[in-house]
Design a protein around this ligand. Structure first.
Ligand SMILES: Cc1[nH+]cc(COP(=O)(O)O)c(CN[C@@H](CCC(=O)O)C(=O)O)c1O
Length: 305
């Protein structure tokens, strides 16, 4: 990722991609206390536009607040930085990575003179998984790793260090021939994927885990809005892994993953073993919204130019 042409927004300046570096004694590099966002820009008839930019920036600031990191820029600064990162790199579609991190002014857990840095990178990242996964669905395995207890780390913060748990779970799933991991909370209830929220459909009702050990996903909120539009009830509640086995449909949601059907969990085929009809409908609504084909949700798009 480091050796490419382009520009990265770092602490208020656009710097050449290869020069956007940090010292090896950067505090966040050692202790993982930092926060970030995953945001997408899509090409629309009016040019590239960022989907739900304000919601992502709001969450970035909430994450920083939870982690007691004093943001050195305003929300408008960070919104403009994200627009600039897409625009200055001449991208029509992009994945954006804003990140807030602590500098190298001190080391040790007691360091209290650390500078808060903010960066935004944008690059082309068309598909989180193989393109055919959108239709065929993916194979998922319940992880042997447990999702964070709500008082072990802060689950409402999209914190860098939280992703050790995600990567251990995902790598284990991949090593077992699956595409993604499903993490349970410390009481054994379904939490989320390594980088996604999860929904199941059963007898015409959508169910998704309540917001305890899972991230307050923006795509999750989008799907709940779509379901409301379709008149489909949504229940946010505790879900057990075997409820997914017997679901009619199941899918992950996330900025990177978008709306990703789950065809199998732990060797149990879910529904027809492929993308279900409601998943397909919600996926189509999602792509209409992100690509500016939906007047109703046009307010969720921020043009880059
Ligand atoms: C743990 C987790 N849970 C749920 C979500 C869905 O949140 P939202 O994007 O607001 O709908 C994400 C986003 N995962 C981001 C990082 C992925 C990565 O590989 O890095 C993303 O989707 O951009 C998570 O990381």
């Amino acid at each position: 990722m480091a050796d490419r042409d382009g520009l990265i927004w770092l602490d208020g300046e656009m710097v050449p991609w290869r020069e956007a570096k940090t010292h090896v004694l950067t505090h966040t590099l050692h202790y993982g206390l930092g926060c970030f966002e995953g945001v997408r820009a899509y090409n629309t008839a009016n040019g590239p536009a960022i989907f739900r930019l304000q919601e992502h920036t709001d969450r970035l600031f909430r994450s920083a607040h939870i982690l007691n990191m004093k943001m050195p820029f305003t929300k408008d600064d960070v919104n403009e930085a994200q627009r600039a990162a897409v625009r200055e790199n001449n991208l029509d579609e992009a994945y954006l990575r804003p990140m807030v991190f602590l500098g190298s002014e001190g080391m040790g857990l007691r360091a209290d003179n650390l500078k808060v840095h903010v960066m935004v990178a944008a690059w082309s990242w068309p598909s989180y998984m193989s393109p055919e996964a959108r239709e065929r669905g993916i194979k998922v395995r319940t992880s042997s790793y447990t999702r964070h207890h709500v008082n072990i780390t802060m689950c409402k913060a999209k914190a860098n260090g939280n992703y050790i748990n995600s990567m251990l779970a995902l790598n284990e799933a991949i090593a077992c021939g699956c595409d993604e991991a499903l993490l349970l909370d410390n009481e054994g209830y379904v939490a989320e994927g390594s980088g996604e929220n999860i929904f199941i459909l059963r007898d015409g009702v959508l169910h998704t885990p309540e917001l305890t050990s899972c991230l307050e996903g923006i795509t999750r909120a989008t799907i709940i809005e779509f379901a409301r539009e379709l008149g489909i009830p949504v229940r946010e509640r505790r879900i057990t892994r075997d409820e997914i086995y017997i679901a009619d449909e199941a899918f992950f949601t996330g900025t990177a993953a978008e709306v990703l059907p789950i065809r199998e969990l732990d060797g149990r085929v879910i529904g027809a073993g492929k993308r279900g009809p409601l998943t397909e409908k919600l996926q189509a609504m999602y792509f209409d919204a992100v690509k500016g084909r939906s007047d109703q949700f046009g307010h969720w798009l921020t043009l880059v130019h």
